[in-house]
Design a protein around this ligand. Sequence first.
Ligand code: F0G
Length: 351
Amino acid sequence: AHLWRGVIEEYREWLPVTPETPVITLGEGGTPLVHSAWLSGIVRGDVWLKVEGDNPTGSFKDRGMTAAISVAAGEGAKAVVCASTGNTSASMTAYAARAGLTPIVLVPHGKIAAGKMAQAVMHGASVIQLRGGFDQCLQVARDLAEQYPVALVNSVNPVRLQGQKTASFEIVDALGEAPDLHILPVGNAGNISAYWLGYQEYADAGLATKTPAMWGFQAEGSAPIVLGHPVEHPETLATAIRVGNPASWQLAVAARDDSQGRIEAVTDQEILSAQHELASREGVFVEPASAAGVAGLLKSAASVEPGSTIAITVTGHGLKDTETALSGVDSIVDSVIDVDVHAAAEVAGLV
Ligand code: F0G
């Protein structure tokens, strides 16, 4: 049996590591590529979900973090810092714990999901809540790394994108070819840039005969790339992608244009509805931001060429933010009854 060794060992020759780099891994990557009969039927093609919530800390961030923390540890860092809407911090703190590094986390006050906050706290971080959004947190994180002995591991650290590109490799390895179209949510715009990098590298190496069109979706209230200018006060209940001035803006625009793709917006209502449908129809429970790609496909289904192979990255696990998920549902407990089989059968609709 082949034991999955984490993305550094699985894709070592594609990554900026040397034999001396300590490998800090939780076995990330190797996530399921799940066929969606529901979405395939809608577009009359084949739609595959890359389920990144199955990573060790519940999001795609682990791919970039194993790389960034390994390199930082190899360079002798003692402390690491990130700004985050929650997932980067959950991931960084876990890998920092394994590497014995001190984790410092900057998050927007009151705007990160409870599950993500719990992760950072349990992994031993000092969590600093700023009176500001993600963009301000990132500025302070950059300044900290410049003025103090602490390494920055946000996706402005190029090693992060190198690790994240391995998801493209896995998709091509699984399908035997690149998809025609790849769809994913866009926040700070690192992931779309990383996927594009990965697809290009595999095509250049002859491991795929084509590259996909890249379609990114932002939340309507936080859609700077769609608008063409920064959003000073970004809003969306998909807090993971509540970003007004993405660090990888130019890379994302290049991915869009070079792939003949698009970056568009979906509303919070479309996001919540896609999240709910994905969970109830396909058994895949993702956090709100992670459903933005599915919402985008549903909205743009008419412009998909029939017969296309489509990969959609669903970026993070639904359990990270149960509060937002349940806010769109009428009631958590449908019925409270006495201990009685007939009453149970009745409310369950069996009689
Ligand atoms: N989906 C989820 C669940 C995320 O957490 C993020 C980003 C994205 C999508 C967007 O990816 O930023 O590479 O365009 N979360 C960052 C964080 C901002 O701090 O966890 P992106």
